[in-house]
Design a protein around this ligand. Structure first.
Ligand SMILES: CC(=O)N[C@H]1[C@@H](O[C@@H]2[C@H](O)[C@H](O)[C@@H](O)[C@H](O)[C@H]2O)O[C@H](CO)[C@@H](O)[C@@H]1O
Ligand SMILES: [Zn+2]
Length: 327
């Protein structure tokens, strides 16, 4: 993964010509995100990912399924659907690669390898029972795949969903369960992240959106009388971090547009962006599930950095100089 100094080991019976210590150079800040389907990373955390990637942190994305059961909003691709040629999963691998490129993220993995776990479909559908459905995954086996990545990357910060999977999709709920189980298992090995965040949307933002779009013909809140009727929303006092990636909102929009089968070109998501501008697309919110909240601002002390408050020593210095005991 990162440049290492290879051991020069002697072949049998000869003195090694030179001995070089194996050292893995880890970037100082390492963020791991666990998402259910290709598209979630861009919709839910695209600006945050682009913000940290642009700022030199190492961003690792783990996607748990290929999104095989998704809708298809590109008519020419309709035959790829699960009920037809069942090729949507493979196509979404390419959409995800394009989205990661737009976000500046180069370290992407599928949990257990591409195709290990299948998109379960919406809650209650027969697809939930597919033998490879992520919803049916053995928790410790799936978490074990994530621990392998934690051993290698040693993230200080992990982002995933809350216990409801943000909005109740079975793969999102399972991604939460697998990620939190992996944190437990990794803790026993000393490679667990020190802070774990869950994606969230403050009620104040939802209120503002509902008011803003009340008279709009393209009202995403159409038919909803009260934001309490939405399957997501978090009281502002329970939010821990507000990450302002406004400078990356165009990267987020480009990443979302890479997921053309899932997000129609005329989606309300883009009209909100047009109306709210960078504020809606570029600012993302999180609750803190594990770890100590760092210094923050505003009425609720929201952090503006997911790495806030982490002791410097959590970014292990594995440089050759440190390894040689010279620091
Ligand atoms: C953002 C997200 O999690 N998308 C999932 C989700 O997609 C929904 C699904 O297609 C549903 O039928 C639509 O009515 C809804 O608008 C979509 O958001 O579920 C899909 C199937 O599991 C999944 O592939 C997609 O990534
Ligand atoms: Zn999803």
């Amino acid at each position: 993964m990162w440049p290492t100094w290879a051991d020069a080991s002697a072949s049998a019976g000869e003195e090694p010509p030179v001995r070089v210590t194996v050292v893995t150079m880890l970037p100082d800040r390492r963020l791991l995100l666990v998402h259910a389907h290709p598209d979630d990373e861009s919709i839910g955390t695209g600006s945050t990912m682009a913000h940290y990637a642009a700022d030199g942190a190492h961003v690792t994305l783990v996607t748990c399924t290929l999104g095989e059961e998704g809708e298809i909003h590109v008519p020419a691709l309709a035959q790829l659907a699960a009920a037809e040629a069942d090729q949507l999963g493979g196509y979404r691998v390419a959409e995800l690669a394009a989205a990661c490129a737009a976000l500046g993220v180069s370290d992407h993995r599928f949990l257990g390898g591409a195709g290990r776990y299948r998109d379960s479909g919406m809650m209650g559908l027969a697809t939930n029972e597919h033998p490879r459905a992520f919803w049916q995954a053995d928790l410790d086996e799936a978490a074990g795949h994530l621990v392998e990545i934690m051993r290698e990357v040693r993230p200080q910060v992990l982002v995933t969903y809350d216990p409801n999977g943000f909005y109740g999709h079975p793969d999102h709920i399972q991604a939460h369960r697998v990620a939190m189980r992996a944190v437990e298992l990794a803790a026993a090995e000393g490679c667990a992240p020190l802070k774990v965040y869950w994606t969230a949307m403050p009620l104040s933002v939802l209120e503002a959106g509902m008011t803003h779009f009340a008279e709009s013909s393209d009202n995403p809140f159409g038919g909803i009388e009260n934001i309490a009727d939405l399957p997501f929303g978090t009281p502002d006092a329970q939010i821990a971090a507000r990450i302002d990636g406004t400078d990356q909102h165009t990267a987020k929009e480009a990443a979302m547009r890479a997921h053309a089968t899932q997000i129609p070109a005329n989606s309300w998501l883009y009209s909100i962006a047009g109306n709210f501008g960078g504020e809606f697309m570029g600012v993302e919110f999180f609750t803190l599930a594990v770890g100590e909240k760092g210094p923050g601002t505003g009425p609720y002390g929201w952090e503006d950095d997911l790495f806030a408050g982490l002791p410097a020593e959590t970014a292990p210095d594995r440089s050759p100089v440190a390894a040689a005991g010279l620091r």
